[in-house]
Design a protein around this ligand. Structure first.
Ligand SMILES: [Zn+2]
Ligand SMILES: [Zn+2]
Length: 108
């Protein structure tokens, strides 16, 4: 089952499929509905949902290594030639992109 985090509350939403075979997500607490109508968006969603699936709340899981990394600002790494985010300690794959203001948040 693929999930995608709600952009408002960050809860993992189950990705459903419409009658027209397009993916959609509904966040009941937020009253948010997301429909992805174009192929470009569907491709992006598949890519992102594959990377951002979380089995446990507060963790991101690397599917290839079966390694869980805690979602915490202190776990964020910023490689010289890469994006800031949470990386798998085994294969060094980017598992979750850091929010744009993570540095300010980390300073607290
Ligand atoms: Zn929500
Ligand atoms: Zn990995």
């Amino acid at each position: 089952m693929s999930t995608f985090p709600c952009p408002l509350c960050d809860v993992a939403l189950e990705i459903g499929t419409t009658k027209k075979q397009k993916p959609y997500m509904i966040c009941e607490p937020c009253g948010l509905q997301i429909f992805v109508r174009y192929q470009k968006g569907i491709d992006r969603l598949e890519e992102l949902s594959g990377r951002e699936v979380s089995l446990m709340d507060g963790f991101v899981v690397c599917k290839s290594c079966d390694v869980a990394v805690r979602k915490s600002l202190h776990s964020i790494q910023e490689p010289l030639f890469g994006k800031a985010g949470l990386y798998c300690p085994s294969c060094e794959e980017l598992l979750l992109k850091a929010p744009p203001n993570w540095k300010e948040k980390r300073k607290g």
